[in-house]
Structure formats: C-alpha cells, structure tokens
Design a protein around this ligand. Sequence first.
Ligand code: DIG
Ligand code: MN
Ligand code: MN
Length: 386
Amino acid sequence: MYEPRPEHKFSFGLWTVGNMGRDPFGEPVRGAKTPVELVHLLAEVGAWGVNFHDNDLVPIDATWAEREKIVADFKNALDETGIVVPMATTNLFTDPAFRDGAFTANDPAIRAYAIQKTMRAIDLGVELGATTYVFWGGREGVESDASKDVVEALRWFREGLDFLGAYVKDQGYDLEFALESKPNEPRADIYLATTGNMLAFISTLEHGDIVGVNPEVAHEHMAGLNFMHQVAQAWEMGKLFHIDLNDQWPGRYDQDLRFGSVSLKQAFWLVKFLEDVGYDRPRHFDAHAYRTADYEDVKAFARGCMRTYLMLEEKAEQFRNDQEIKELLSQITADDGTYAFWRGGYTADKAAQLKSHEFDRVALGGRAQPYERLDQLVVDLLLGAR
Ligand code: DIG
Ligand code: MN
Ligand code: MN
C-alpha cells in the first residue's frame, strides 16, 4: 500500500535528500553524498526523478574535463537505476557574485554573467534529459528600495528571460521554463513575490509561450495564501508546468518541511485538485529532512513525502465516492437553468433582460448553505471516521 511507482512521477532535487543540515545557526550535521550516491538513495526509496541546480552536480570552479567525468558518472547512475532527470535549474544565489541579484543585479557585468551561467546550465540540463527549467530568483530583490529602481529591475528580469527563451528556441531545445515565486528570504523582499505576480509577468514576456510557473507550497504559505488556489489559477491558464511540494508553518522562514507534515487539510485539497484535473507533470518534493536526521531518517523523510501524497489521493478518491458528500455537492451546485439567459456571451438584449429582471434580494439573502456539515464530512474522512 502507498508504494511509489514511476507513474506517480515523484521527484527530488539533489539538494533535498543531499541537504547536510546546515542552517543559519549551525554547521552541517550529515556528511556529503555525491550525486551518484544520491541517485542510488532515491532509487532505493522509490523515487522516479532527480533534479539539480548546475552546481549541485558540477562545482562552479570545475574544469571542462572534470565536468565531463561528473556527467558521465551521473549518466551511468541514471542508467543503472532508471531514475530520470525531469527538471534542472541554475544556482544564481549561492556564489557571492550574486549577492545583489543575478538578472536584476545593478552591476551589468553580473547580469551578463548570470545569463552566461544560465545558458551553460540549460545545456547541462538538456544533456541529461530535462524538459522543464526552473527559475527561482532567490537573490532578485532588495533590502533597501533606495538601492534599485524596481521597474528597471523588472525590465532587466524580462530582458534576461527573453534572451534565454530565444536561446532555447535557437538551440532547438525541447524545454519549457517554470518561474518559481517566493516573497522573501534570502533577500528582505524578493521581486515577483507570488505565483500571481509570475503569471502576470509571463504575459509580458516575448517567449511567454514556453514559460509557466513552478509554485511551491512553502513560498505561497509564507505569503499567507491558499496554495491550491494559486495552483488552480495557474492550471486554468495552462501555465502549471511544474510544482514544488513541501510544507510550511505560516509566518515562518522557509521551512521546506516534509510534504503534509504541517497542514494535512491543505495538502488534501492540493492533492485532490491535482488528481481531479489529471495533472501529469512531475510531483517534485522541494523539501529536506530535519537537522536531527541521519541518512536513514532522510530516507524516511523522502518515503514520507511520497506516502502522504498517495494516502491523500486515496482520501480524495473516498471523497469523490462518498454518497453523503456527493448529495450535498449536487444540492449546493443545483442549477435549473433559470438564470442561463444572460450567459454565453454579451448581447444588448441579454443586458436589457437582466437589467429589468426582478430579484427578491431579501429571499436571496435567506438562502443558507450546509458548508459546516460538508466540511465536517471532510474532517471525518481525513480522520478516518468515515
Ligand atoms: C527553492 O525553493 C528553489 C531552489 O531550490 C530551486 O531553484 C527551485 C527548484 O525547485 N526551488
Ligand atoms: Mn522553499
Ligand atoms: Mn522550490
């Protein structure tokens, strides 16, 4: 029961199960594992895919010969395990060069370097089979708004993404971009703070046709938002290209906790939505184990992410088949067609008819809805009481 299978498309970044437990207040607690060792660890727990930032795999100061050896060894591990690479991304946040941002750095040399680094990282990701390329602008922001003209910075961001979108098309790569938002951390304020900002930004890009979003649970929770709503709008726009699953207490620093370990109910609504609409892209767990974990507990962390997802999908199926819930939903969404006359597009006749229609507003205000009863059925279901 609840065993992950390749068709579930569960993936982890090298930086997740490879996280050594460093935090702002403490040194690493786990030894480093190589990318090859991490691929085998993921195969052992039943993952389908592995993702990486360029420098998770190839150190920033590696020679071309060293890069080739690392890539060859990594490809062997992928071949041995059957693990695939669905997504890749660029580390534009660790090196001191990016301390004032990458695409939005005031210094034009750094903006140019960020584009170069990203082109090379895109080549690496495509070479290993990635079809989605994530952009998380962890350093694209400010501590002081005196330091940067935000409109100029957004235009630099657009300039970088448009150049890179053209690069991908010029290279003939089968690759889509997925923009990942976060409201803050490490910068005091990060530009394009929520998935909604990203969706608006995509509409201004020259190559927006290959650009979507990669919403992350923790990041939208940090902004105090309903994550499933953010995902649903992206999906409805055909822009949900990838998703970062984890969990997060609201109002805290980015905790990247095990999926479902904080808010089971919000995780349930998310899983139900993704499965209801037939989301068929990677389910990426951008999370890491507690600092108290050894690598056996890291494996428990990874297994827990996937197990909880599968248990919540089972609960979603139970919701769909629950007779009492189905009856309430049909009652709530009943529509006898009386008010269909104005829909299906505007006409002057429809407007005149609707403007002259007599509504009994007081009666409308008296229409109650059984949402307490319905939501309690969900709680009963989640707690195993039905
Ligand atoms: C953090 O949430 C970011 C980075 O880990 C990475 O760039 C991206 C990939 O999912 N998520
Ligand atoms: Mn995060
Ligand atoms: Mn993420």
